[in-house]
Design a protein around this ligand. Structure first.
Ligand code: RP5
Length: 170
């Protein structure tokens, strides 16, 4: 059953938001992905959000850039957790998106990750779902063990071969 919705404000957000999809696939969490702009498609977005919970969606990951209203609108309509992903932007470097998403008024929380932090958004969504789903908790543990092993292997290579070889091999 689909439990996570990944929404983005524009197809230009896809290269970043697809990274969230990749992590959810690795953790075997079903998701759906939508392009729904808060400013350009307000009515369609609200219609979607009003039906999301009854469809089984438990967490929304919302990515947007510039005057990034999408995650806030999601949190004002959808009653369960919303995670905001601020897009890096060409003019203001993503601070515009970050400030737009993180500065929510009291009563309408959006959990905001780093600029372009779509992978962490997916991992946070997984941790939220893991509270009531043991399979996801197991998959998250394996994911973390893999990450630890990967750093250890890099450190071992550094110890064995030195930083110059290490840099050349990158
Ligand atoms: C936001 O405006 C989108 O989330 C996107 O990051 C930004 C720019 O959109 P495009 O002009 O690339 O469609 O709504």
């Amino acid at each position: 059953m689909v439990s996570v919705s990944i929404i983005m404000g524009s197809d230009s957000d896809m290269p970043v938001m697809s990274q969230a999809a990749g992590v959810l696939e690795e953790l075997q969490i079903e998701y759906e992905m939508r392009i729904l702009s808060a400013h350009r498609q307000t009515k369609e977005l609200i219609d979607y959000l009003e039906k999301a919970k009854e469809k089984g969606i438990k967490v929304i990951i919302a990515g947007a850039g510039k005057a990034a209203a999408l995650p806030g609108i999601c949190a004002s309509v959808f009653p369960l957790p919303v995670i905001g992903v601020p897009m890096k932007t060409s003019d203001l470097g993503g601070l515009d998106s970050l400030y737009s998403i993180v500065q929510m008024p009291t009563g309408v929380p959006v959990s905001t990750v780093a600029i372009n932090g779509a992978k962490n958004a997916a991992l946070l969504a997984a941790r939220i779902l893991a509270v009531s789903d043991e399979n996801i908790e197991v998959n998250l543990t394996e994911y973390n063990e893999k990450m630890v092993r990967s750093v250890s292997m890099k450190d071992q290579k550094l110890q064995d071969e030195g930083y110059e070889v290490f840099l050349n091999d990158r």
